[in-house]
Design a protein around this ligand. Structure first.
Ligand SMILES: O=c1[nH]c(=O)c2nc[nH]c2[nH]1
Length: 467
C-alpha cells in the first residue's frame, strides 16, 4: 500500500507519543462466534486516552486524506501507520486461566494425575514465592513473556502469599498489561510450607490484597483483584463462606476456581463435601457462582451442571493444553457450551499447560474438538477457525465481563490490539510463507495456524504500546 500525502506529511513530522494513533489497512475481528469480519481498507483512530474514536470499515486510500481533513485532523496531529499487505490488526488475546507462579515450571511433570502433580511438582515450586526478590524477578519475566505472546488481558492465580501477589499486581500495572490477579486461597490439603495456616489468615490476606489493588488502581482500569479459591479440595467451608461474604460485600469482584477438572479431583471433593451433589451446588451454596465467575476446565459437566452454569451466567476457561497433556486426556464439551450460549474463552493454564501462547491453546482446542467430533460421530462438530479466533479474543473478553470494553473493535471501545506482520523478513520464523496469490483470508489462516510471537510485532493495551 502507498502513502497518502497526509500520511507522508505525518510521518515526516517529529514523533509525539501523546498524539492519537491511527492505522489504515487490514483489520480483523470477531462479531459473533461464527463471524469474523475482515476489513481490507479500514481506519482506526485511537485517542490519547486509549479509546477508539473513529472506526471506518471502508475507506480506500484515495479517500483517506479528505476523511481526515473533514474530521479536523491536520498533518502531524496523528501518529498514523499505513499497513501493507500481510500486516493487520487483531484484538489482543485474552488468557482466561493462568497460574503466574508456575511460569518457570511450564513443561514439567507432564503425564501426572492432578493431585500428584500438585504435590510433587507445583507446591514445592509455588512455595518459592515467599522470597520477594524471586517474586519480582519471576513475575516480571512472566508478565513480559505473556505480553510478548500478545496476551493483553490475563487472569492470573497468584500463590497463597499475599505480599508476592501484591508484587504481581504492581508489575502488571507497571508493565501495562490488563490483568485479573488473585491471591490464591488454600488452607488445607497442601504442605504447611505452601498454605494459609488459618481461616483468618487466608481471608485477612485476601482483604489486604484487594485493598492494595484498590489503592494502586482504584477504578480497575488495568488491574482487578479476583477472588481465587484454588478449588474446594484446598479450601474448607469456612474459607469458602468467607470468600462468598467478600463477594457479596464487593460485587465488582470477579471470582475464579477450578471446576469438574478431573475424576480424581471430583472424587476427593465428594468425600470432603458429601452434602452437595455437584460442584455447581457446592460453589453456589457459598455464593461463588456469579456472572463474574470463571470456571477453569469444566471437563465433566453433565446436564444439571451445565444448566446451573448457564443460569448463573458463569464463564468457562477452556485450557486444552493442560487437559490434553496431564495424566489423562480431558475433552471439555466446548461445542455444547457454545450451543447453549455459555460464555467460553481460552486459557494457557501455564504451567499445567506447557505453552504461554494463546495461538497454541487455540490449535490444541482444534485438536481436542476434532477428537470429540470423532468420538461423537460428528454430533459435536469440530470448532471452526472462526470459533477458535473468537474464543481467543471476544469470547475471552465475555468470560471476564469485559466485552463492552475490549475483545473486538468499535467506536468507544478500548484499543487493546495486536499488530501482526506475516511478511517482513525480520519477522520470518515458522510461519508458512505468504505467497503472491494468497487472499487476506488465507494470510489470516496462515497466521492463526502457523505463526508465533515473532509475528506479533506490537502489543497495545489502552492504546499504549507495551511489547
Ligand atoms: O491445572 C491446574 N493447575 C493448578 O495449579 C490446580 N490447582 C488445582 N487444580 C488445578 N489445576
Amino acid at each position: 500500500m502507498g502513502l497518502s500525502d497526509f500520511a507522508q506529511a505525518t510521518l515526516d513530522a517529529p514523533a509525539d507519543a501523546d498524539l492519537p494513533l491511527a492505522f489504515h489497512g487490514t483489520i480483523i475481528h470477531s462479531l459473533t462466534p461464527q463471524q469474523v469480519e475482515i476489513i481490507e481498507e479500514g481506519l482506526i483512530i485511537v485517542g490519547s486516552n486509549g479509546i477508539i474514536t473513529h472506526f471506518h470499515k471502508n475507506l480506500p486510500l484515495d479517500k483517506l486524506d479528505s476523511f481526515l481533513v473533514e474530521h479536523d485532523f491536520t498533518p502531524g496531529s496523528l501518529n498514523i501507520q499505513m499497513l501493507k499487505r500481510g500486516e493487520f490488526l487483531v484484538p489482543g488475546f485474552v488468557d482466561t486461566h493462568n497460574h503466574a507462579p508456575q511460569w518457570a515450571q511450564r513443561g514439567i511433570g507432564r503425564g501426572q494425575l492432578l493431585i500428584d502433580w500438585l504435590n510433587k511438582t507445583t507446591f514445592p515450586h509455588e512455595s518459592k514465592f515467599k522470597d520477594h526478590d524471586y517474586a519480582w524477578r519471576t513475575y516480571t519475566s512472566c508478565v513480559k513473556g505473556f505480553v510478548r505472546q500478545g496476551i493483553t488481558t490475563a487472569c492470573y492465580y497468584g500463590s497463597f502469599h499475599g505480599p508476592a501477589t501484591k508484587i504481581l499486581a504492581d508489575i502488571c500495572q507497571k508493565l501495562g498489561q490488563r490483568a485479573f490477579v488473585g491471591k490464591c486461597n488454600m488452607n488445607r490439603n497442601a504442605p504447611d510450607y505452601c498454605r494459609d495456616m488459618t481461616v483468618e489468615e487466608s481471608l485477612e490476606s485476601t482483604r489486604d490484597f484487594i485493598d492494595h489493588v484498590r489503592r494502586i488502581d482504584p477504578n480497575f482500569e488495568l488491574v482487578t483483584p479476583i477472588l481465587t479459591p484454588r478449588f474446594a479440595i484446598s479450601c474448607d467451608g469456612e474459607v469458602l463462606a468467607g470468600l462468598g461474604q467478600i463477594a457479596a460485600e464487593q460485587p465488582d469482584l470477579p471470582i475464579q476456581t477450578h471446576f469438574d477438572e478431573a475424576e480424581q479431583e471430583m472424587e476427593v471433593t465428594k468425600q470432603l463435601f458429601p452434602e452437595f451433589k455437584s460442584e455447581a451446588d457446592l460453589y453456589d451454596h457459598f455464593g461463588l457462582m456469579t456472572d463474574r465467575t470463571i470456571l477453569a476446565h469444566c471437563i465433566f459437566c453433565g446436564e444439571y451442571e451445565m444448566q446451573r452454569i448457564k443460569e448463573r451466567n458463569c464463564g468457562v476457561a477452556h485450557c486444552p493444553i493442560s487437559t490434553s497433556t496431564g495424566g489423562f486426556f480431558g475433552v471439555a464439551p466446548i461445542r455444547e457450551y457454545l450451543r447453549r450460549e455459555i460464555k467460553v474463552g481460552l486459557g494457557t493454564d501455564s504451567g499445567g499447560g506447557y505453552s504461554s501462547s494463546i495461538l497454541d491453546a487455540m490449535r490444541l482446542a482444534f485438536v481436542i474438538s476434532n477428537a470429540r467430533a470423532t468420538a461423537t460421530k460428528g454430533k459435536d462438530p469440530e470448532l471452526s477457525l472462526q470459533e477458535g479466533f473468537y474464543l481467543a479474543t471476544l469470547g475471552g473478553a465475555q468470560v471476564c465481563g469485559l466485552e463492552k470494553k475490549i475483545g473486538n473493535f468499535g467506536e468507544g471501545k478500548i484499543f487493546d490490539a495486536l499488530l501482526i506482520d506475516t511478511v517482513s523478513d525480520k519477522y520470518r520464523g515458522i510461519i508458512a510463507p505468504i505467497e503472491d496469490e494468497d487472499s487476506t483470508e488465507t494470510i489470516f489462516e496462515k497466521f492463526l495456524m502457523t505463526a508465533d510471537d515473532r509475528n506479533i510485532v506490537d502489543v497495545y493495551v489502552k492504546g499504549r504500546q507495551i511489547k
